[in-house]
Design a protein around this ligand. Structure first.
Ligand code: PLP
Length: 405
C-alpha cells in the first residue's frame, strides 16, 4: 500500500539517471502564473528560447519543442521522415535502443536491429564498422535511416556519433542519421551540426534539469527536405505547422507554458556557466563515482573506457546478488533512489545518476547510501568507495572556471 503521508525529513536523493533533481531556481521560474499562449508576451518568450535552445544542441538549424516525454519525440523523428514499409537500420546498445526498435515496428517500419552478440553488446557502444558494412551491402539504398542512441541510459555507455557519420559518408549512402540523446544532452558532449546528424531526439528531465514533459527534435536541412515527401501519417507531430508557427514564437496548439518558463531558466543557467564547463563537471563526477566502484572491487557495466558515460554509471553486482534487492534496501533505509537494471540487465546491476543539479557532496552521500546498503545486504566489498571518491574529489578540483554551481 502506498503511504501518501510518507514524508521523511530532509531531501530525497533522486539519483536515477532521469528524472534528475530540479534546481530550486527552475522550480521558482515554473511557479509563475500561466500566460496567454497567443499573447505578445508569449511570442517574445518563444522566440527567445527557440534561439537559445539551439546553442545546447550546437546547431544553427531549427529545434522543435513538443509537449511530450522523450518517447513522443522518438515517434516524431520517425513519423516526419519515414514512409510505411521503409527499412531503418538500428543498433542494439541496450534497453532504450530496443524500445525504439519496437516503436519502429509499431509504426509499420521495417527495422533491422544489428549489434554485438548476447549481453556483451550491452557493455559496448555502437560499432560504426558494422553500420558501414551493412550500408555497403545496400546498393539499392533501401535503408532510409540509421538510428542510434548516443547515451544508452540503461547501461551507462556512450557512442561515438562522429564515427557513425564517417561510416555513413564512407559508403556514400543517403540514409538519414537519427540520434537519441535524450539523456546525453547538456551532460555529455553533443554536436548536432558538426557531427552531421539529421534528427536529434532529446528530452527535458535529464541533463536539462527540468521535470518530465517536454522533448525535442533538432533538424537538419536534409531532414526538413525529406519530411516534405515522407508518407507516415502525422498530425500532432508534424514539423511543418510547428516550424511555421515557431517563426513568430508560437505553437499550433497549447504548449507547456510553465515547463517552457523552466526551460528558459535552465538554458540561462547552462549558457551562463558555459556548456564546456557543464560537461567538464559531469566528466569529473563520473570519474569520482568510478573510483568508488573500483575501490569496492566491483565492475562498471561499460567495458570501453573511451565510452564511459558522464551521465550515469552502471554498477555490476557480483554473481548471485540481486541488484533490485540492494536498491530496495537503499531506498527504504536511506531515502535514496537508484536506477534499476532494465531489460537484459534486470537484477544484474544498478545505475547511479550523476547528472544535472548534483555536487561533490550529494554524490558522496549517494555513494554512502550505496556502500551501506550493499554492506547490509552482505555484499563483500574490497574497500570503501566513499573514501576513495572523497579523495578523488579533494585531489582533483575542476580545472575550468571558478565555481561548481
Ligand atoms: C529516458 C530515455 C528515453 C525515454 O524518454 P521518456 O521521457 O521516458 O519518454 C529514451 N531514450 C533514452 C536514451 C532515455 O534516456
Amino acid at each position: 500500500m502506498l503511504k501518501l503521508d510518507f514524508h521523511p525529513s530532509g531531501r530525497h536523493f533522486l539519483q536515477i539517471p532521469g528524472p534528475s533533481p530540479v534546481p530550486d531556481r527552475i522550480l521558482r521560474a515554473m511557479s509563475l502564473p500561466t500566460i496567454d499562449h497567443r499573447g505578445p508576451e508569449f511570442g517574445a518568450l518563444g522566440l527567445e528560447l527557440l534561439a537559445k535552445v539551439k546553442k545546447v544542441f550546437k546547431t544553427e538549424h531549427p529545434v522543435i519543442i513538443y509537449p511530450a516525454s522523450g518517447t513522443g519525440a522518438w515517434e516524431a523523428a520517425l513519423a516526419n521522415t519515414m514512409s510505411p514499409g521503409d527499412q531503418v537500420l538500428m543498433f542494439e546498445t541496450g534497453h532504450f535502443a530496443t524500445l525504439w526498435q519496437k516503436m519502429a515496428l509499431r509504426l509499420s517500419l521495417v527495422p533491422e536491429f544489428i549489434g554485438l552478440p548476447g549481453y556483451e553488446g550491452w557493455r559496448q557502444g555502437v560499432q560504426a564498422d558494422m553500420i558501414q558494412e551493412r550500408l555497403n551491402n545496400d546498393p539499392e539504398h533501401a535503408i532510409k535511416a540509421v538510428c542510434v542512441v548516443h547515451n544508452e541510459t540503461s547501461t551507462g555507455v556512450t557512442s561515438d556519433i562522429a564515427a557513425v557519420r564517417r561510416a555513413i559518408d564512407a559508403t556514400g549512402h543517403p540514409a538519414l542519421l537519427i540520434v537519441d540523446t535524450i539523456s546525453g544532452l547538456a551532460s555529455a558532449d553533443y554536436r548536432h551540426d558538426e557531427w552531421g546528424v539529421d534528427v536529434t531526439v532529446s528530452g527535458s528531465q535529464k541533463g536539462l534539469m527540468l521535470p518530465p514533459g517536454i522533448s525535442f527534435n533538432a533538424l537538419s536541412p536534409k531532414a526538413i527536405e525529406v519530411s516534405q515527401h515522407a508518407k507516415l501519417p502525422r498530425s500532432f507531430w508534424a514539423w511543418d505547422e510547428i516550424l511555421e508557427a515557431n517563426q513568430r514564437g508560437y505553437w499550433p496548439y497549447t504548449p507547456s507554458t510553465n515547463l517552457l518558463y523552466g526551460l528558459n531558466e535552465a538554458l540561462d543557467m547552462l549558457l551562463d556557466e558555459g556548456i564546456d564547463h557543464v560537461l567538464a563537471r559531469h566528466q569529473r563526477w563520473a570519474a569520482g563515482v568510478r573510483t568508488a566502484v573500483e575501490a569496492w572491487g566491483l565492475e562498471v557495466q561499460c567495458q570501453d573506457p573511451a565510452l564511459y558515460s558522464p551521465v550515469l554509471t552502471g554498477v555490476v553486482m557480483p554473481e548471485g546478488v540481486d541488484a533490485d534487492e540492494i536498491r530496495k534496501i537503499i531506498y527504504e533505509r536511506f531515502d535514496l533512489s537508484l536506477g534499476m537494471g532494465l531489460g537484459k540487465a534486470k537484477g544484474k546491476m544498478f545505475r547511479i545518476g550523476h547528472l544535472g543539479d548534483c555536487n561533490d557532496l550529494t554524490l558522496i552521500a549517494t555513494l554512502g547510501g550505496c556502500e551501506a546498503g550493499m554492506k547490509l545486504a552482505g555484499v563483500n566489498l574490497q574497500g570503501s568507495g566513499v573514501t576513495a571518491a572523497l579523495d578523488y574529489f579533494a585531489n582533483n578540483p575542476l580545472s575550468t572556471g571558478t565555481s561548481e554551481r
